[in-house]
Structures are given as C-alpha cells and as structure tokens.
Ligand binder design. Structure first.
Ligand SMILES: Cc1cc2nc3c(=O)[nH]c(=O)nc-3n(C[C@H](O)[C@H](O)[C@H](O)COP(=O)(O)OP(=O)(O)OC[C@H]3O[C@@H](n4cnc5c(N)ncnc54)[C@H](O)[C@@H]3O)c2cc1C
Ligand code: FES
Length: 256
C-alpha cells in the first residue's frame, strides 16, 4: 500500500509505568496495512513548531486501531502527551521497510530490544504467534522504571529476559550479558532495535557466530518519504535512507 495521510481520532493516551506512554488512535486502513517494523510519521502540533513530523514504530495494529508506545524525550513527544481522547492526529503511514517474517526453517527467534526500541516487537510477536520457533526477548533498560510489564509478550509466547544497568530488575549490566541465551545455529534469526551501541554489539555477535539478523535503525527524520535524504546512513551498499530504504536493514549491511 502506498503511504497515505490519515486524520485519526485519538482513542486513548495513557502513561504506562513511570516513563512510557501508549497512544491509540482510530485508523482502520492503516491498521489493516501495517507490517511489523514499519512506522507512522505524526504531526504533533497544529502550528509550525515543531515543523517536522515525528516518527514512531507501530506497536500494535488490530481491530481498526493503531497504537504507538513512546517516551517523551523532547519538544515533539512531550506535545504528544497532551493529546486527549477525541483529538485529531495527522498521521502519515505506514512507512518504511518491515522486518522479514521468519521462514519455516527458523527454530529460534530472538528479539533484542533496548529501552523504547522494544516497541516494534509487540506487533511482530502478535503476527508470528503461531510460528513454531522458540521465541525470546532480550531486553535492556536503564533501570526498573525503564522496563515495563512483559505480560503481553508472554501472552504471545515470547520468553522475556531482562538486563538493567543498575540491576534493579533482571541481570545487572548490558543486554549483551544475555547473549548466552542465543542458540548458535543457522536456524536462529535475530531482530534488534534500540540504541546504536547495543545494535553494534548485536551485529558484532551475529557476525562472529555467523547468525542471521535484521536491525531497525533510528535517525532524526524530516520528510519520512525518502525525498530529503536527511536520514541517510552509511551501509555496505552505500548511503541508504532510514525512512524509505529502512528502517529495517540486514545486520550485515550496517556500518557502525
Ligand atoms: C523509525 C523510527 C521509529 C521510532 N519509534 C519510536 C517509538 O516507537 N517510540 C519512541 O518513543 N520513539 C521512537 N522513535 C524516536 C522518536 O522519533 C524520537 O524520540 C522523537 O522524534 C523525538 O522528538 P522530540 O521532538 O520529542 O525530541 P527532540 O526535541 O527533537 O529531540 C530530543 C532528543 O532526542 C533526539 N532525537 C530526536 N529525534 C530522534 C530520532 N528519530 N531518533 C533518535 N533520537 C532522536 C535528539 O537528538 C535529542 O537528543 C523512533 C524513531 C525512528 C526513526
Ligand atoms: S527523512 Fe527525508 S529522506 Fe528520510
């Protein structure tokens, strides 16, 4: 489906835990078309400030509604916190290249997420619920406040394992402390999203062990449509735009 601009009514916008928010909006066409790893580009203000839309992964897409899971970090995302039920949101999407669904040969599916980078894996786990592979989520957060209830992942048959910088929940340290849970096998498939250093560590681990994988990259965006080249990143195939050629790339193509 070509990307489309939608005027969507907010259904709910609530705080989850002490840091993150979940915003749901009514968008039947978008919900029907969305694929895991794709994102929506949201105009967060009616005025000129901020001028550019803000990109958010599609966290859930079902029953005619789309949800995003977000952390207010700056001007744009803080404006989003103010949206209330019934407000209209101008949304462009679904945008970008999605994750490649795991083939029948895959025996272990490994999601590796850092902080808010876990967002695209909820929709992904919704969509591959019936896949026979064992599914784990290796999740890294700063502290307990930066993690969230893993119930929904468990419901989707995903076993979460957590690492926090301060050890307030799960293993103390980086998410790489959990890499020992990954089966070194050609039948393993890794999907990662999160801070750049974390994804660089995942890419190095995958390369050293000849594992297959994909990463969803983040870059500050303007047009979101591959036109301004503002979100270009270097890859082994030359510069590529995160918004249009990505955000999902094969791990081995990325240059960290
Ligand atoms: C494909 C994609 C999917 C994303 N999915 C989510 C998501 O599901 N949930 C979520 O909370 N956030 C997500 N982000 C990040 C989100 O877009 C930024 O946090 C948001 O645009 C920041 O806007 P702001 O106006 O609040 O912050 P600003 O005031 O613009 O910036 C605040 C800080 O955030 C940094 N920043 C700004 N934009 C980005 C960006 N795109 N990536 C990384 N750092 C940025 C700035 O450098 C600055 O340090 C995603 C980004 C991309 C590219
Ligand atoms: S934001 Fe314009 S090309 Fe990606």
């Amino acid at each position: 489906m070509p990307e489309t601009q939608h005027s969507c009514q907010v259904i709910e916008n609530r705080k989850v835990g002490s840091v993150y928010y979940r915003l749901a909006f009514d968008a039947p066409v978008l919900a029907g078309a969305a694929q895991p790893g794709q994102f929506v580009h949201i105009r967060v203000s009616e005025g000129l400030e901020p001028l550019f839309r803000r990109p958010f992964s599609i966290y859930r897409a079902q029953d005619g509604r789309v949800e995003i899971f977000y952390e207010p970090v700056g001007k744009g995302s803080r404006l989003l916190v103010q949206k209330k039920k019934g407000d209209l949101l101008n949304v462009l999407g679904p945008l970008g290249r999605s994750f490649t669904p795991p083939g029948k040969d895959v025996r272990q599916i490994v999601f590796i997420g850092g902080g808010i980078g876990v967002a695209p894996f909820m929709l992904f786990s919704d969509r591959i619920k019936t896949h026979q592979a064992g599914k784990i989520l290796l999740y890294g957060g700063r502290s307990k406040a930066h993690t969230f209830a893993m119930t929904e992942f468990r419901r989707n048959g995903v076993r979460p394992l957590i690492a926090t910088d301060d050890g307030s929940v799960g293993v103390k340290g980086r998410v790489s402390e959990l890499f020992s849970q990954i089966e070194i096998s050609p039948e393993t498939m890794i999907y990662t999203c999160g801070p750049r250093p974390m994804m660089a560590a995942v890419a190095a681990f995958a390369k050293a062990n000849s594992l297959r994988g994909e990463a969803s990259m983040e870059e500050v965006m303007a047009c979101g449509l591959g036109a301004c080249l503002g979100c270009s990143i270097p890859t082994s195939r030359g510069y590529r735009t995160v918004c249009h050629d990505g955000p999902v790339f094969p791990l081995e193509e990325l240059v960290f």
